[in-house]
Design a protein around this ligand. Structure first.
Ligand code: NI
Ligand code: MN
Length: 223
């Protein structure tokens, strides 16, 4: 399994079986992104919620590659009405795909289509690929049920926002690491635009003080 940070909250996961899964591919609107949407392909695209910096270029890529969009039911219904192929799930539910398993988690956040309609609740997603567990929290505030997620799962890579204002800031994200107890924490959703400025090295130092590993990835970096 290869995990590549594309910038903001966008990640690419490649399975050893050759499947490519994108999460929240916001690329063309982000000058800091590692790639443009036409430089990437996807078999599956997970969309945690419909805000523009998460739905991003998912539809452009799905149209070109015939990708299957994975998201909550309400957002899936909207996307299906636009002619896209979706796999609708909901919070707490898991499903086995060709690449491995996906499960949606709660996320304390909103979700709205580009036309301004409510798009169902925002979500986080857990992916199990080649024996590794990735937990992408989506956009969320801190919630204590992260402790339960950490108790029930051995999380290898915890991807979590640190930019504050719309999501957790650094100190709440450090608490999230303490609750989930991942092997590695990776910060996201910071410094892409105003209002979410944060120093990832401050976050990393605080995580390491807990005795946990933290990787600050630059767009394009792969683990
Ligand atoms: Ni959002
Ligand atoms: Mn966001």
């Amino acid at each position: 399994m290869q995990l590549r940070f594309l910038g903001h909250s966008a990640f690419e996961v490649k399975s050893s079986g050759g499947q490519t899964i994108l999460i929240d591919p916001y690329l063309d609107g982000n000058p800091l992104a590692a790639v443009k949407s036409d430089q990437i392909t996807a078999d599956f695209i997970v969309v945690t919620h419909a805000h523009g910096d998460h739905l991003g270029d998912a539809l452009k890529i799905a149209r070109r590659c015939g990708s299957l969009l994975i998201c909550v039911y309400e957002l899936g219904s909207y996307l299906a009405s636009k002619g896209f192929q979706t796999h609708n799930m909901h919070i707490g539910g898991a499903h086995d795909f060709a690449f491995g398993r996906a499960k949606l988690t709660i996320a304390w956040h909103g979700s709205q289509t580009p036309e301004g309609q409510y798009a169902g609740p925002a979500a986080g997603v857990m992916l199990w690929v080649d024996g590794s567990c990735i937990y992408h929290t989506g956009d969320t505030g801190l919630f204590y049920d992260m402790k339960l997620i950490g108790e029930l799962n051995r999380v290898d890579y915890l991807l979590l926002p640190i930019g504050d204002n719309y999501t957790m800031g650094i100190d709440d994200a450090v608490k999230a690491v303490e609750l989930v107890r991942p092997r590695v924490a990776i910060p996201m959703h910071y410094n892409t635009f105003g209002l979410i400025e944060a120093d990832p090295e401050v976050f990393a130092d605080k995580v390491r003080a807990l005795g946990r590993e933290c990787l600050v990835l630059q767009p394009g970096d792969t683990v």
